[in-house]
Design a protein around this ligand. Structure first.
Ligand code: SAM
Length: 343
């Protein structure tokens, strides 16, 4: 079996610097891909260190670009590094690293469509309840990709698909600082929002470091937060992902409103009494503001909603934004009532 012992921290052979790579291959940052590079290798090593111990691990880096974080990951003594990059211009530089180390595979593609379901060797699979497998996902992605990506990954973590077929694979990713703060926000924090509950439900989340915008080339207008996620052995709210996110999205629809006024959107207009039933079942004061609600109170709200949906299955499909479906659900309910009266 593989052991970290066989993968000593690696010193890369002499290579052109990141600045040389950028000059040689004319890799000026493409604005449409929101490219902001980290060329300071001390910072790249710090980022990789904050991801945890990588010796002997299988690692996937998303968006390697000119390869600064990539070099630091390789120097950590990984067994193999896979990189997923959308922009073809970076491939000659990545090939140079692959040739120099023999343990780098570069895939061209969009990370939002890329599946890691079979990326790593089978003998790295661990039981979900075990400690995390020796697999890591690391990346400094553009902000407009990192946020949809983390929601996609939360769903995969919940379903134990994609990279999470291998067990509780940890992630270390960058986000706009404000988004990073939202993800770790506690009840009553100003930044507390739907994202805080959805992410904390599936993972232990830690804001590891704030990186000033000036550390990037070119510098973005905002600072950046490096966030570490470790999937929980069981989510705090053990219910289907879509049900939970429907409740959290509705509760936070208007952050300043009382919960009871947001929850009306979960039910058809002639069944608003279900709001009272849900809040009573969850033992939550209807006049509370969304930001005050703790994760375990969200669990009670979701279970209360789930028990209503078990009794009245059309409620789960109900979408207040879709008038056609309101009519459809009312027709279904009408039919159900007729059938009951005929029994
Ligand atoms: N990791 C490098 C660094 O820290 O210097 C580059 C960071 S730059 C913010 C983001 C990188 O992600 C770029 O190389 C960009 O081409 C790549 N990228 C952008 N969108 C992507 C996507 N959807 N899938 C994969 N890579 C993407």
């Amino acid at each position: 079996l593989r052991s970290a012992h066989f993968y000593p921290v690696m010193r890369l052979p002499p290579l052109p610097t990141l600045q040389d790579i950028i000059r040689m291959y004319k890799l000026s940052a493409a604005q449409k891909l929101s490219q902001n590079f980290i060329l300071d290798m001390t910072l790249n090593h710090k980022i990789v260190k904050l991801a945890g111990r990588l010796q002997g691990c299988q690692v996937c880096e998303v968006g390697p670009g000119p390869g600064g974080i990539t070099r630091a990951i390789l120097e950590a003594g990984v067994e193999h590094l896979y990189v997923i990059e959308k922009d073809r211009r970076f491939f000659p530089g990545l090939k140079m690293l692959a040739d120099a180390t023999g343990c780098l595979t570069a895939h061209q593609g969009d990370i939002l469509r890329f599946s890691m379901e079979n990326l790593f060797p089978e003998d790295f699979v661990k039981q979900w309840e075990d400690s995390p497998p020796n697999i890591h996902i690391i990346g400094n992605l553009p902000f407009n990709v990192a946020t949809p990506l983390i929601f996609k990954y939360m769903e995969s973590i919940c379903d134990r698909t994609d990279a999470w077929r291998y067990g509780r694979v940890p992630l270390t990713l960058t986000f706009q600082k404000e988004v990073a703060e939202r993800m770790v926000a506690n009840p009553n924090d100003e930044q507390r929002c739907r994202m805080s509950v959805d992410v904390q439900n599936q993972c232990e989340v830690t804001l590891k470091k704030v990186i000033p915008g000036r550390a990037f080339v070119p510098p973005p207008d905002v600072d950046v937060g490096l966030v570490h996620f470790v999937p929980r052995t069981a989510p705090l709210i053990n219910l289907p992902y879509r049900l939970v996110t429907k409740v959290t999205r509705t509760v936070f629809h208007h952050r300043q409103k009382m919960i009871k006024n947001n929850l009306v959107k979960l039910f058809p207009s002639d069944q608003k009494e279900l709001v009272d039933e849900m809040l009573k079942h969850a033992d939550i004061d209807p006049e509370r503001r969304p930001v005050t609600v703790k994760n375990m109170e969200f669990a009670r709200l979701c279970h209360a909603y789930n028990s209503i949906c078990t009794r009245l299955p059309y409620i789960l499909q109900y979408d207040h934004r879709n008038n056609t479906s309101v009519r459809q659900y009312e027709a279904i309910r009408h039919l159900e009532k007729e059938l009951c009266s005929q029994l």
